[in-house]
Design a protein around this ligand. Structure first.
Ligand SMILES: NC(=O)c1ccc[n+]([C@@H]2O[C@H](COP(=O)([O-])OP(=O)(O)OC[C@H]3O[C@@H](n4cnc5c(N)ncnc54)[C@H](OP(=O)(O)O)[C@@H]3O)[C@@H](O)[C@H]2O)c1
Length: 311
Protein backbone atom coordinates (compact mmCIF):
# COMPACT_ATOMS: atom_id res chain seq x y z
CA UNK A 1 0.00 0.00 0.00
CA UNK A 2 1.03 3.63 -0.38
CA UNK A 3 1.76 5.26 2.95
CA UNK A 4 3.55 8.21 4.44
CA UNK A 5 6.16 6.88 6.85
CA UNK A 6 8.89 8.40 8.96
CA UNK A 7 12.05 6.49 9.83
CA UNK A 8 13.29 9.02 12.37
CA UNK A 9 12.20 12.21 14.13
CA UNK A 10 12.92 15.46 12.35
CA UNK A 11 11.83 18.10 9.85
CA UNK A 12 9.37 17.78 7.02
CA UNK A 13 11.89 15.76 4.99
CA UNK A 14 11.45 12.72 7.29
CA UNK A 15 7.95 12.24 5.82
CA UNK A 16 8.43 9.72 3.01
CA UNK A 17 5.72 8.60 0.60
CA UNK A 18 6.55 4.93 0.00
CA UNK A 19 5.24 1.38 -0.23
CA UNK A 20 4.49 -0.36 3.06
CA UNK A 21 2.98 -3.75 3.96
CA UNK A 22 -0.80 -3.86 4.31
CA UNK A 23 -1.39 -4.35 8.08
CA UNK A 24 -3.36 -7.40 9.31
CA UNK A 25 -6.02 -7.04 12.02
CA UNK A 26 -5.40 -9.06 15.20
CA UNK A 27 -8.11 -10.14 17.63
CA UNK A 28 -10.51 -7.32 18.45
CA UNK A 29 -9.22 -5.15 15.58
CA UNK A 30 -10.51 -4.16 12.17
CA UNK A 31 -8.72 -2.97 9.06
CA UNK A 32 -10.08 0.24 7.57
CA UNK A 33 -9.56 1.25 3.95
CA UNK A 34 -8.81 4.93 4.34
CA UNK A 35 -10.85 7.39 2.27
CA UNK A 36 -10.00 10.56 4.20
CA UNK A 37 -7.46 11.44 6.89
CA UNK A 38 -6.65 14.73 8.62
CA UNK A 39 -3.58 16.59 9.81
CA UNK A 40 -3.44 17.84 13.41
CA UNK A 41 -0.73 19.80 15.24
CA UNK A 42 0.08 16.67 17.27
CA UNK A 43 1.25 15.03 14.03
CA UNK A 44 4.15 17.45 13.58
CA UNK A 45 4.80 17.60 17.31
CA UNK A 46 5.33 13.82 17.21
CA UNK A 47 7.32 14.13 13.96
CA UNK A 48 9.67 16.59 15.63
CA UNK A 49 10.09 14.27 18.63
CA UNK A 50 8.45 16.62 21.13
CA UNK A 51 6.39 13.77 22.64
CA UNK A 52 9.09 11.09 22.57
CA UNK A 53 9.30 10.88 26.38
CA UNK A 54 5.56 10.33 26.75
CA UNK A 55 4.65 8.17 23.76
CA UNK A 56 6.98 5.35 22.74
CA UNK A 57 6.97 5.05 18.94
CA UNK A 58 8.80 2.49 16.82
CA UNK A 59 10.09 3.27 13.34
CA UNK A 60 9.09 3.18 10.59
CA UNK A 61 6.00 5.01 11.84
CA UNK A 62 2.88 5.91 9.86
CA UNK A 63 1.74 9.20 11.42
CA UNK A 64 -1.76 10.75 11.35
CA UNK A 65 -4.54 9.94 13.81
CA UNK A 66 -7.84 10.89 12.14
CA UNK A 67 -9.64 8.70 9.65
CA UNK A 68 -12.88 8.09 7.84
CA UNK A 69 -13.15 5.02 5.64
CA UNK A 70 -14.65 1.61 5.02
CA UNK A 71 -14.14 -1.60 7.03
CA UNK A 72 -12.08 -3.89 4.82
CA UNK A 73 -11.25 -6.86 7.08
CA UNK A 74 -12.28 -7.94 10.57
CA UNK A 75 -10.07 -9.73 13.09
CA UNK A 76 -11.17 -12.55 15.38
CA UNK A 77 -13.55 -11.57 18.17
CA UNK A 78 -14.26 -8.22 16.52
CA UNK A 79 -18.04 -8.15 16.34
CA UNK A 80 -19.14 -4.49 16.28
CA UNK A 81 -18.48 -3.86 12.58
CA UNK A 82 -18.59 -5.84 9.34
CA UNK A 83 -16.81 -5.49 6.02
CA UNK A 84 -18.27 -2.56 4.08
CA UNK A 85 -19.33 -0.45 7.11
CA UNK A 86 -18.49 3.26 6.91
CA UNK A 87 -16.59 4.23 10.08
CA UNK A 88 -14.55 7.04 11.54
CA UNK A 89 -12.00 7.22 14.35
CA UNK A 90 -9.25 8.94 16.26
CA UNK A 91 -7.20 5.80 16.89
CA UNK A 92 -4.50 5.14 19.50
CA UNK A 93 -1.73 7.66 18.96
CA UNK A 94 0.95 5.18 20.11
CA UNK A 95 0.33 2.96 17.05
CA UNK A 96 0.67 3.35 13.28
CA UNK A 97 -1.74 6.00 12.02
CA UNK A 98 -3.83 6.96 9.06
CA UNK A 99 -1.57 8.57 6.42
CA UNK A 100 -1.93 5.31 4.47
CA UNK A 101 -4.30 3.36 2.25
CA UNK A 102 -5.09 0.97 5.13
CA UNK A 103 -4.95 1.24 8.92
CA UNK A 104 -5.66 -1.34 11.61
CA UNK A 105 -7.68 -0.02 14.56
CA UNK A 106 -9.13 -1.60 17.72
CA UNK A 107 -12.87 -1.91 17.15
CA UNK A 108 -13.52 -0.13 20.47
CA UNK A 109 -11.96 3.03 18.96
CA UNK A 110 -14.34 3.17 15.96
CA UNK A 111 -17.81 4.63 15.49
CA UNK A 112 -20.21 4.70 12.56
CA UNK A 113 -19.40 7.62 10.26
CA UNK A 114 -22.01 10.42 10.29
CA UNK A 115 -24.36 9.56 7.42
CA UNK A 116 -25.02 13.09 6.17
CA UNK A 117 -21.44 14.10 5.34
CA UNK A 118 -18.66 12.81 3.08
CA UNK A 119 -15.72 10.72 4.26
CA UNK A 120 -13.45 13.74 3.74
CA UNK A 121 -15.64 15.85 6.01
CA UNK A 122 -15.95 13.02 8.54
CA UNK A 123 -12.17 12.59 8.64
CA UNK A 124 -11.87 16.18 9.87
CA UNK A 125 -13.91 15.54 13.01
CA UNK A 126 -12.59 12.85 15.37
CA UNK A 127 -9.48 14.31 17.05
CA UNK A 128 -10.60 17.94 17.13
CA UNK A 129 -14.21 17.00 17.90
CA UNK A 130 -13.37 14.70 20.82
CA UNK A 131 -11.12 17.46 22.19
CA UNK A 132 -13.73 20.21 21.97
CA UNK A 133 -16.51 17.98 23.30
CA UNK A 134 -14.57 16.64 26.28
CA UNK A 135 -13.26 20.09 27.22
CA UNK A 136 -16.63 21.80 27.10
CA UNK A 137 -19.12 19.08 27.96
CA UNK A 138 -17.26 16.58 30.16
CA UNK A 139 -14.89 18.94 32.00
CA UNK A 140 -16.41 22.45 31.89
CA UNK A 141 -19.99 21.08 31.84
CA UNK A 142 -21.17 24.14 29.94
CA UNK A 143 -24.74 25.12 30.85
CA UNK A 144 -27.33 27.15 28.91
CA UNK A 145 -26.75 30.89 29.29
CA UNK A 146 -23.13 30.58 30.44
CA UNK A 147 -20.49 32.76 28.81
CA UNK A 148 -17.78 30.73 27.07
CA UNK A 149 -14.57 32.13 25.57
CA UNK A 150 -13.09 30.01 22.78
CA UNK A 151 -9.53 30.94 21.83
CA UNK A 152 -8.41 30.26 18.23
CA UNK A 153 -12.04 29.95 17.15
CA UNK A 154 -11.01 29.66 13.48
CA UNK A 155 -8.74 26.67 14.13
CA UNK A 156 -9.44 22.96 13.91
CA UNK A 157 -10.50 22.55 17.54
CA UNK A 158 -11.93 26.05 18.04
CA UNK A 159 -14.25 25.93 15.01
CA UNK A 160 -15.95 22.85 16.49
CA UNK A 161 -15.80 24.16 20.07
CA UNK A 162 -17.80 27.28 19.12
CA UNK A 163 -20.54 25.11 17.63
CA UNK A 164 -20.60 22.65 20.56
CA UNK A 165 -20.84 25.51 23.09
CA UNK A 166 -23.67 27.10 21.06
CA UNK A 167 -25.46 23.74 20.90
CA UNK A 168 -25.28 23.68 24.73
CA UNK A 169 -27.06 27.05 24.81
CA UNK A 170 -24.04 29.14 25.80
CA UNK A 171 -23.14 32.68 24.81
CA UNK A 172 -19.91 32.30 22.91
CA UNK A 173 -17.01 34.69 22.41
CA UNK A 174 -14.46 33.65 19.79
CA UNK A 175 -10.98 35.02 19.09
CA UNK A 176 -9.15 35.03 15.74
CA UNK A 177 -7.44 37.49 13.43
CA UNK A 178 -9.64 39.84 11.39
CA UNK A 179 -9.20 37.72 8.24
CA UNK A 180 -11.19 34.97 9.95
CA UNK A 181 -14.01 37.17 11.30
CA UNK A 182 -16.58 36.04 8.70
CA UNK A 183 -15.75 32.37 9.25
CA UNK A 184 -16.00 32.61 13.03
CA UNK A 185 -19.22 34.63 12.88
CA UNK A 186 -20.72 32.03 10.52
CA UNK A 187 -20.19 29.45 13.27
CA UNK A 188 -22.54 31.40 15.52
CA UNK A 189 -20.39 33.41 17.95
CA UNK A 190 -22.15 36.14 19.89
CA UNK A 191 -18.98 38.23 20.09
CA UNK A 192 -15.87 38.22 17.90
CA UNK A 193 -12.53 39.51 19.19
CA UNK A 194 -9.74 40.27 16.72
CA UNK A 195 -6.80 39.48 19.01
CA UNK A 196 -4.42 41.48 16.84
CA UNK A 197 -6.38 44.71 17.27
CA UNK A 198 -8.08 44.40 20.63
CA UNK A 199 -6.77 43.46 24.06
CA UNK A 200 -8.75 40.63 25.66
CA UNK A 201 -9.49 42.86 28.65
CA UNK A 202 -11.74 44.86 28.70
CA UNK A 203 -13.30 43.41 25.49
CA UNK A 204 -14.03 40.14 27.29
CA UNK A 205 -15.33 40.04 30.86
CA UNK A 206 -17.00 37.76 33.36
CA UNK A 207 -16.86 34.49 31.46
CA UNK A 208 -17.77 31.15 33.04
CA UNK A 209 -15.48 29.08 30.84
CA UNK A 210 -12.23 29.71 28.96
CA UNK A 211 -11.24 27.10 26.41
CA UNK A 212 -7.48 27.55 26.04
CA UNK A 213 -6.11 26.18 22.76
CA UNK A 214 -3.01 28.40 22.77
CA UNK A 215 -1.35 28.30 26.20
CA UNK A 216 1.51 30.65 27.15
CA UNK A 217 0.69 34.36 27.27
CA UNK A 218 -2.88 33.77 26.11
CA UNK A 219 -3.50 31.41 29.03
CA UNK A 220 -1.90 33.92 31.40
CA UNK A 221 -4.10 36.76 30.12
CA UNK A 222 -7.22 34.61 30.45
CA UNK A 223 -7.38 34.17 34.24
CA UNK A 224 -8.59 37.73 34.78
CA UNK A 225 -11.46 37.26 32.35
CA UNK A 226 -13.13 34.54 34.43
CA UNK A 227 -15.93 34.94 36.96
CA UNK A 228 -15.18 33.57 40.43
CA UNK A 229 -16.01 29.85 40.32
CA UNK A 230 -15.31 29.68 36.58
CA UNK A 231 -13.06 27.19 34.83
CA UNK A 232 -10.19 27.37 32.36
CA UNK A 233 -9.63 24.19 30.37
CA UNK A 234 -6.34 23.99 28.49
CA UNK A 235 -5.36 21.45 25.87
CA UNK A 236 -1.90 22.98 25.45
CA UNK A 237 -0.22 23.34 28.82
CA UNK A 238 -1.32 22.31 32.32
CA UNK A 239 -2.53 25.46 34.09
CA UNK A 240 -0.52 26.38 37.21
CA UNK A 241 -2.83 25.60 40.14
CA UNK A 242 -1.52 28.64 42.07
CA UNK A 243 -2.82 30.94 39.33
CA UNK A 244 -6.21 29.25 39.35
CA UNK A 245 -6.49 29.48 43.15
CA UNK A 246 -5.45 33.13 43.19
CA UNK A 247 -8.38 33.92 40.89
CA UNK A 248 -10.86 31.65 42.68
CA UNK A 249 -11.36 29.49 39.59
CA UNK A 250 -10.51 25.96 38.42
CA UNK A 251 -7.68 25.20 36.00
CA UNK A 252 -7.94 21.90 34.14
CA UNK A 253 -5.78 20.15 31.55
CA UNK A 254 -7.02 17.68 28.95
CA UNK A 255 -5.07 15.27 26.75
CA UNK A 256 -7.54 13.18 24.81
CA UNK A 257 -7.52 9.51 23.90
CA UNK A 258 -9.68 7.44 21.55
CA UNK A 259 -13.36 7.80 22.47
CA UNK A 260 -16.03 6.00 20.45
CA UNK A 261 -18.82 7.22 22.75
CA UNK A 262 -18.04 10.85 21.99
CA UNK A 263 -17.66 10.02 18.27
CA UNK A 264 -21.18 8.57 18.29
CA UNK A 265 -22.50 11.76 19.95
CA UNK A 266 -20.66 13.96 17.43
CA UNK A 267 -22.23 11.91 14.61
CA UNK A 268 -25.68 12.50 16.14
CA UNK A 269 -24.99 16.24 16.30
CA UNK A 270 -23.87 16.31 12.65
CA UNK A 271 -26.90 14.33 11.50
CA UNK A 272 -29.19 16.66 13.48
CA UNK A 273 -27.62 19.70 11.76
CA UNK A 274 -26.10 21.03 15.02
CA UNK A 275 -22.44 20.55 14.02
CA UNK A 276 -20.71 20.99 10.70
CA UNK A 277 -17.13 20.26 9.73
CA UNK A 278 -15.00 23.26 8.74
CA UNK A 279 -12.43 22.33 6.14
CA UNK A 280 -9.89 24.93 5.17
CA UNK A 281 -7.51 22.91 2.99
CA UNK A 282 -7.42 19.57 1.18
CA UNK A 283 -4.29 17.74 0.03
CA UNK A 284 -3.47 14.44 -1.66
CA UNK A 285 -1.41 12.02 0.44
CA UNK A 286 1.65 12.69 -1.74
CA UNK A 287 1.44 16.39 -0.78
CA UNK A 288 1.84 15.65 2.92
CA UNK A 289 4.81 18.03 3.19
CA UNK A 290 2.66 21.01 2.21
CA UNK A 291 -0.06 19.91 4.61
CA UNK A 292 2.43 19.78 7.51
CA UNK A 293 3.87 23.17 6.54
CA UNK A 294 0.40 24.69 6.72
CA UNK A 295 -0.35 23.12 10.10
CA UNK A 296 3.00 24.24 11.52
CA UNK A 297 2.39 27.80 10.34
CA UNK A 298 -0.32 28.18 13.02
CA UNK A 299 -2.53 29.84 10.40
CA UNK A 300 -4.75 26.91 9.34
CA UNK A 301 -8.45 27.73 8.96
CA UNK A 302 -10.64 24.91 10.22
CA UNK A 303 -9.21 21.50 9.40
CA UNK A 304 -6.55 20.26 7.00
CA UNK A 305 -7.69 17.02 5.35
CA UNK A 306 -6.01 14.42 3.16
CA UNK A 307 -7.88 12.54 0.47
CA UNK A 308 -6.46 9.05 0.27
CA UNK A 309 -8.86 6.57 -1.37
CA UNK A 310 -12.17 6.44 -3.21
CA UNK A 311 -15.39 6.25 -1.14
N1 LIG B 1 -4.36 18.02 24.57
C1 LIG B 1 -5.03 17.49 23.56
O1 LIG B 1 -5.59 16.38 23.66
C2 LIG B 1 -5.15 18.27 22.28
C3 LIG B 1 -6.06 17.86 21.30
C4 LIG B 1 -6.18 18.64 20.15
C5 LIG B 1 -5.38 19.76 19.98
N2 LIG B 1 -4.49 20.09 20.93
C6 LIG B 1 -3.64 21.28 20.76
O2 LIG B 1 -4.47 22.42 20.68
C7 LIG B 1 -3.86 23.39 19.87
C8 LIG B 1 -4.86 23.87 18.82
O3 LIG B 1 -5.12 22.80 17.91
P1 LIG B 1 -5.86 23.09 16.52
O4 LIG B 1 -5.96 21.82 15.80
O5 LIG B 1 -7.10 23.88 16.77
O6 LIG B 1 -4.76 24.04 15.84
P2 LIG B 1 -4.83 24.83 14.47
O7 LIG B 1 -6.05 24.45 13.71
O8 LIG B 1 -3.52 24.65 13.79
O9 LIG B 1 -4.95 26.36 14.94
C9 LIG B 1 -4.75 27.35 13.98
C10 LIG B 1 -5.58 28.57 14.36
O10 LIG B 1 -4.99 29.22 15.48
C11 LIG B 1 -5.37 30.58 15.39
N3 LIG B 1 -4.51 31.41 16.22
C12 LIG B 1 -3.16 31.43 16.24
N4 LIG B 1 -2.73 32.32 17.17
C13 LIG B 1 -3.84 32.85 17.76
C14 LIG B 1 -4.08 33.82 18.80
N5 LIG B 1 -3.07 34.41 19.45
N6 LIG B 1 -5.35 34.08 19.15
C15 LIG B 1 -6.40 33.48 18.52
N7 LIG B 1 -6.26 32.58 17.52
C16 LIG B 1 -4.98 32.28 17.16
C17 LIG B 1 -5.25 30.89 13.92
O11 LIG B 1 -6.16 31.93 13.61
P3 LIG B 1 -5.59 33.28 12.91
O12 LIG B 1 -4.90 32.80 11.64
O13 LIG B 1 -6.83 34.07 12.68
O14 LIG B 1 -4.62 33.87 13.89
C18 LIG B 1 -5.64 29.57 13.24
O15 LIG B 1 -6.96 29.59 12.74
C19 LIG B 1 -2.58 22.74 19.30
O16 LIG B 1 -1.48 23.14 20.08
C20 LIG B 1 -2.85 21.26 19.48
O17 LIG B 1 -1.67 20.48 19.57
C21 LIG B 1 -4.35 19.38 22.08
Amino acid sequence: MRAVRMHDYGGIDVLRVEDAPVPEPAAGEVRVRVVGAAVNPVDWKIRRGYLRQDIPHRFPLVPGWDVSGVVDAVGEQATRFKVGDAVYSRPDIARDGTYAEFVVIRETELAAKPRTISHIEAASLPLAGITAYQALVDIAQVQPGQRVLVHAAAGGVGSLAVQIAKARGAQVIGTASGANRALVESLGVDQFVDYRREALAPAVREVDVVFDTLGGDVQEASWALLKPGGVLVSVVNPPPQKRAQAHGVRGEFLFIGPNATVLAELARMVEAGRLRPVIGAEFALRDIARAHELSESGRARGKIVLYVGTP
